[in-house]
Design a protein around this ligand. Structure first.
Ligand code: IMP
Ligand code: MG
Length: 415
């Protein structure tokens, strides 16, 4: 069995958590390969809503959670989420690569300070210390997980960090206590993953954030500080590209964005409020109301291209119920030219005029009615909902194999 990668195609919050839970059901491992506690992945099983910031959400299925080198690890979150898993009867020891960098309180403080300094140009970060932790990594003064096992050099390294940043915030005792709790998790994850792949074990690689927040391929500077696209799986986990058999793109049936930056199909006022309320579009990590808008095909085409997506999981289709008309942006007009595949370049997108097609909506359905549809499958979907899905497939030239129609696990229609 192969490696499966799950990649967000928009600005995060596409519902990767739920899709990862589904696809991890018969996997042995599920791996977070980038980002840190900025991610907020939710899985709803029966009536309990589980929120993950640091461990892959797919671990709620029982697959062993792994945290790969390319992440920046918030140790407190790891310890808390091990408890969260225990609360649903899953006792696991996560595997954490020795090479992953640690997010320290100093990084969160710096995140805060930088955002204040940016003033009107603030990115709207999650304040989880992500940018500063990755920048210390690039400066080669960041602290790797492995250091937790070597206290003398850890103290020296922290001193260097504090002197460099002219801030001293670290509490060594606290750090050493956390390290003790995670001692057994610290490993050469790269060797384990390659070995297991050789043995034919199924591994899910769970992306965080989305393609448009990628530091290279996103709407820079309004992005996160890691690569969120497919290449990160290989560099972070130390596996070769041929190990991945399925690259699954997750996209929401409309668009959302939290934080600042261009958003060509953004809605304002009443329609925005309606979509936000129906979709419960408030940040998992920060609680901020998300900006919302219609589906943006030119940007999705770009995301699909750079990740070489095999097939799509479409989420939150149910949220569009009750809109009389639903719009889809099929292309942009920029300086009199038609653009079908849009590179997420901020200067260019600021000038983009979205061109829309308008589709007829379908009426609102009760939860019972949705459950019934899920039982019966694709044919039972309202005609106009099917037309919406088929239009998106045609516009993106990709097949949508999985359609999620509610927050709860189990509310999916496969085609
Ligand atoms: P940072 O990753 O905290 O530095 O935030 C940078 C940008 O990415 C901000 O606009 C955040 O709102 C956004 N962001 C970071 N993580 C997520 C996520 O998991 N979902 C959605 N947006 C995110
Ligand atoms: Mg989220």
């Amino acid at each position: 069995m192969p490696g499966i990668a799950i990649i967000g195609l928009q600005w995060g919050d596409e519902g990767k958590g739920k899709i990862s839970y589904l696809l991890s059901k018969n996997a042995k491992y599920v791996v977070r390969f980038q980002g840190g506690a900025n991610a907020g992945h939710t899985v709803v099983i029966d009536d309990s809503e589980l929120r993950f910031n640091m461990l892959p959400a797919g671990s709620a299925s029982g697959a062993t959670p792994c945290i790969a080198s390319g992440t920046v690890v918030d140790l407190n979150e790891v310890v808390e989420e091990i408890e969260l898993l225990k609360s649903i009867g899953i006792r696991v020891q996560p595997l954490i690569s020795k090479n992953a960098n640690i997010v320290l309180p100093i990084h969160k403080q710096l995140d805060e300070i930088l955002e204040k300094m940016r003033s009107r140009e603030a990115i709207g970060t999650t304040r989880r210390g992500i940018g500063p932790a990755y920048s210390d990594k690039a400066l080669r003064i960041g602290i790797r997980i492995e250091e937790l096992l070597h206290h003398a050099s850890l103290i020296n390294k922290i001193e260097l960090l504090q002197n460099f940043h002219k801030l001293s915030l670290e509490n060594m005792d606290e750090l050493i206590k956390l390290a003790e709790k995670l001692r057994e998790s610290i490993c050469d994850l790269e060797i384990i993953l390659n070995d297991e792949l050789d043995n034919g074990v199924k591994i899910v690689f769970e992306g965080a954030q989305g393609t448009l927040l990628d530091i290279d391929q996103g709407t820079y500077p309004y992005v996160t500080s890691s690569n969120t696209t497919i290449g990160a799986v290989f560099t972070s986990c130390g596996i070769g590209p041929r190990r991945i058999s399925d690259i699954v793109g997750v996209m929401k049936a409309y668009t959302t964005r939290v934080g600042a930056g261009v958003f060509p199909t953004e809605l304002k006022r009443d329609e925005a409020d309606m979509l936000r309320e129906r979709g419960r579009e408030y940040g998992t990590t920060t609680g901020r109301p998300r900006r919302v808008g219609w589906l943006d095909i030119p940007l999705l085409r770009y995301s699909i291209m750079v990740n070489d997506i095999d097939w799509i999981a479409l989420t939150k289709l149910d949220v569009l119920s009750g809109f009389r008309k639903i719009k889809i942006c099929t292309e942009y007009e920029i300086n009199g030219k038609i653009v079908k595949i849009a590179p997420p370049n901020v200067r260019m997108l600021e000038k983009a005029q979205p061109l829309y097609v308008e589709l007829d909506g379908w009426s609102r359905l009760s939860e019972e009615e949705w459950k019934n549809i899920v039982m019966k499958g694709w044919d039972a979907l309202p005609e106009n909902a099917k037309a919406y899905v088929e239009t998106v497939e045609k516009l993106l030239n990709k097949s949508i194999k999985l359609i999620s129609v509610g927050a709860k696990a189990g509310m999916e229609v496969t085609k």
